[in-house]
Design a protein around this ligand. Structure first.
Ligand code: ADP
Ligand code: AMP
Length: 216
């Protein structure tokens, strides 16, 4: 299964992606995670991405498309994949279609997680991520069993630099201007499945699994 998951920042894409990847045995390809890994390792790509990420802006299309193309060329993506946080502009979506056509592939479904703005800010500002393994928690809605420590690996939980409220507000603006038009793009192609993301983590997950199993 070849999937895209989209939605505004803080909607729950990463949280649901972890579940979907496990359930359907496909790799979770998150462009945000790729940038954060590069940033942690101090690579030139990481340094370049930081300039944009710290301001809540999008990394230029050519840069993102090139890394996704390379990632999709890897062996594990032959059995399918879940793209999280990509595409984020119509230009990226058009480029993705081209990359997939060249590989004799296409997207099967696009999951869109719909969440009201006030909820997004609360979710993103309360997000904590494991410094070691990247697992995601929330101070109220998905707290770890030991405060400040990751349940999976025991690593320290930190707040992402771009999860400060003023940056979250900027990221939501960028989403509305540049990413939201993709809802029409994929709806016109008959690929869009929209979810009510205002519910709890488990309820949203159940909606997704039900929708995907129906279409398998
Ligand atoms: P995204 O990848 O879309 O930016 P995340 O999956 O990282 O979003 O979720 C943002 C924050 O909201 C995280 O702290 C996560 O634990 C929490 N969260 C995700 N889904 C829900 C939900 N349905 N209800 C409450 N909190 C949620
Ligand atoms: P995310 O982890 O998906 O919230 O992404 C964090 C940040 O990484 C975004 O705010 C952007 O700065 C950058 N980023 C991730 N994916 C993309 C993309 N597809 N296009 C441009 N920038 C991206």
């Amino acid at each position: 299964m070849r999937l895209v998951i989209m939605g505004p920042p803080g909607a729950g894409k990463g949280t649901q992606s972890a579940m979907i990847a496990q359930r359907f045995s496909i790799p979770h390809v998150s462009t945000g995670d790729i940038f954060r890994k590069n940033l942690k390792e101090g690579t030139p790509l990481g340094m370049k991405a930081k300039e944009y990420m710290s301001k809540g802006l999008l990394v230029p299309d050519e840069t993102v498309v090139a890394i996704v193309k390379d990632r999709l060329d890897e062996k594990d993506c032959k059995k399918g994949f879940l793209l999280d946080g990509f595409p984020r502009t119509v230009a990226q979506a058009v480029a993705l279609d081209g990359v997939l056509t060249d590989m004799d592939m296409s997207i099967d479904h696009v999951l869109n997680i719909d969440v009201p703005k006030e909820v997004l800010i609360e979710r993103a500002v309360g997000r904590r991520v494991c410094k070691a393994c990247g697992a995601t928690y929330h101070v109220m809605y998905n707290s770890p069993s030991r405060e400040g420590l990751c349940d999976s690996c025991g690593g320290a939980l930190i707040q992402r630099e771009d999860d400060r409220e003023e940056t979250v507000v900027k990221r939501i603006e960028v989403y509305l201007e540049q990413t939201k038009p993709l809802i029409d793009y994929y709806s016109e192609k008959g690929l869009l499945i929209s979810m009510d993301g205002g519910q709890g983590i488990k309820e949203v997950g159940d909606q997704i699994v039900k929708a995907l199993e129906k279409r398998q």
